[in-house]
Design a protein around this ligand. Sequence first.
Ligand SMILES: N[C@@H](CCC(=O)N[C@@H](CS)C(=O)NCC(=O)O)C(=O)O
Length: 340
Amino acid sequence: MLWLSRCIHRFLSALALIAPLLALDGAAAQTLKSVQERGTLLCGINKNLPGFSGQDARGRWVGFDVDFCRAVAAAVLGDADKVRFIPLDVPTRFTAVQSGAVDILVRNTTWTLSRETEYGLLFPVVTYYDGQGFIARKERGIVKAEQLGGGRVCVHAGTTHDAYAADYFESHGQKIDIVAFPAPPPLVKAYETGWCDAITGDVSALYGLRRTMAAPAEHVLAETVISKEPLGPAVRQGDDQWFSIVRWTHFAMLTAEEKGITSTALAGGTAQPSRFLSEDEDLFQELGLKAGAELRIIRSVGNYGEVYERNLGSGSPLGIPRGMNRLARDGGLQYAPPIH
Ligand SMILES: N[C@@H](CCC(=O)N[C@@H](CS)C(=O)NCC(=O)O)C(=O)O
């Protein structure tokens, strides 16, 4: 009988060892498989935030976040156009990921621990380092946020900004009236009519909101930035493979910039051959993708610097300086781990 009990014990121990692997394998392939079977990536985006996402005159989705969705589709489906863009507002953005209504959320969203735990999400990477700032009428001469003490600051409800502003003014011993609006149009209107002294939000969003105002040149950003707002894509927990694909899509764009590989050089056949672009050494295949994913990403949207400048930087009406989003070697925070 002893031999039988030993056998059973060994069998159960072996099962315990492989069970997590089996579970992981099942969960791991889920999102990639369903995206490939569907033939379309479902990407949750902002309906209209200049520079990040919106529709151009021809109805085509454009912007920094939109390009990230397109890059993932190029990697996964071989075609950057195979994306269905699903506009999500502030309250529905997280539940849409949780319920599977979207495969990925790319909507100027701040990575916080509470969002990961509350909604069962993970933020694989930071595509844009931002912070919370203030915009006010130029004539008010607001340079420091403290100059707004005793006044009224308006904010988009359900964002990180409401609580961060309250904490900030409290820690400076100042009273402030913070009023939250459900969407940008009434928020901007309340500010433009003089009801709010300032709007607070992500600095990048304030550049965008200023473009929607009647006289953009009459409004300036204060110098004060009161928070860390690491913006990036969010995915559901429990799918390591999908998490890695999303994360390495960003790192592929950064690596290309680090190596000076541009979409124009690729199109003109003048890109220097590199181990990163060599199909023989293509580690992206280990993520379940067809060979050449890095090439497809860069050909379709460009390297990180190209995407930044086109949508937000010098090549765009926003003209946001690269700042913290410069490559680490240029003094910024954007840094890709090595591929090999
Ligand atoms: N990064 C912040 C803010 C995101 C956010 O929704 N910002 C507002 C502007 S302050 C926005 O994008 N509004 C555009 C819209 O909802 O149409 C967060 O994740 O909570």
